[in-house]
Design a protein around this ligand. Sequence first.
Ligand SMILES: Cc1cc2nc3c(=O)[nH]c(=O)nc-3n(C[C@H](O)[C@H](O)[C@H](O)COP(=O)(O)OP(=O)(O)OC[C@H]3O[C@@H](n4cnc5c(N)ncnc54)[C@H](O)[C@@H]3O)c2cc1C
Length: 311
Amino acid sequence: MKSIAIIGSGICGLSTAYTLVEKGYPVTIYAKDFPPETTSNRAAAFWFPYHIENDLRCIRWSQASYHKYLSLLDNPATGVSMRELQKVTKSSDAPATYWKDFIPAGSCRLMDKTEFPGEFQEGYTIQVPLMETQIFLFWLMDFLSQKGVKFVKDEIKEFSELIAKYSWVINCTGLGSRELCHDQSIYPIRGQVALMAPQKHMPIFLYEEQPFYIVPRKDATIIGGTFEENVWDTTPETATVQRLYQQATDLFPQLADCPVTGSWAGLRPYRKVIRVEQEAGQNIIHNYGHGGSGFTLAWGCAEDIAFMISN
Ligand SMILES: Cc1cc2nc3c(=O)[nH]c(=O)nc-3n(C[C@H](O)[C@H](O)[C@H](O)COP(=O)(O)OP(=O)(O)OC[C@H]3O[C@@H](n4cnc5c(N)ncnc54)[C@H](O)[C@@H]3O)c2cc1C
């Protein structure tokens, strides 16, 4: 059986490991940092194709991921649940119709103007998976441990450290690929969020253009966000946190009684063309550059990698 080394333990590394282990491959994961210290832990993290430019592969990848999350719903230990997402816009914005081919019938509809705050022009609702990262990433690691996956804390400086020892090395290092692959085309897009007390009955709310979103999780309500290209600092700014709180409470006055309980910033690993391909002539497969859609795409990318390995 081919042996596999995966570098990286964010959603891309863990979903790739899960997919390969299910097919019987022995897997070792090498990572500089494990959850909760990954960018993936900073994600909101709901299924929604966000900031993806003309990449048709993303339709297939997002479809595969949507269905993977559906298959996990029966097990509450995963931290995956189905939630209503309300997506609003200030301009004319038709629903993305390609979803209709693969989401369950009736789970997307246009909203009436009375259903969302007045400053927006149009909106639709869609049922989407929400992955509570504070549960889901740890559940994935437990699952993989039980299946015999080994976890090694190590920063890999060169692929040559691993390629002689394994049949395949899968690079899921996100922003780390800037150094590991000398790839300057991957860069951070910082997202800052404020945290408020959990809200039981709120839908996920998304105004993508700004971007602004509210994500009610079990442990907190996440109020995001920002879209700051090439900013590496992960310290949240007080003025931004205050602005997010103000916008949230202006739109949803019921939040006004809830103080801000925390904040964080994460760096989306953005690359104009997401890199899922074999390094020419080598036993290395790359899987990085998923930007603001890592959770939305990861399981489809993992299936492509399993296919490459099987051939
Ligand atoms: C605020 C915010 C909100 C977001 N919301 C969403 C959302 O709602 N939905 C969605 O789909 N996506 C969302 N995202 C995007 C998502 O978080 C990312 O696309 C995803 O986390 C990228 O995962 P990854 O596994 O590629 O990288 P990471 O999570 O960064 O993992 C990289 C791994 O590689 C390791 N590594 C790096 N270099 C090396 C090395 N040289 N040697 C060994 N290990 C190394 C790291 O330690 C880590 O384990 C959001 C992101 C942010 C910041």
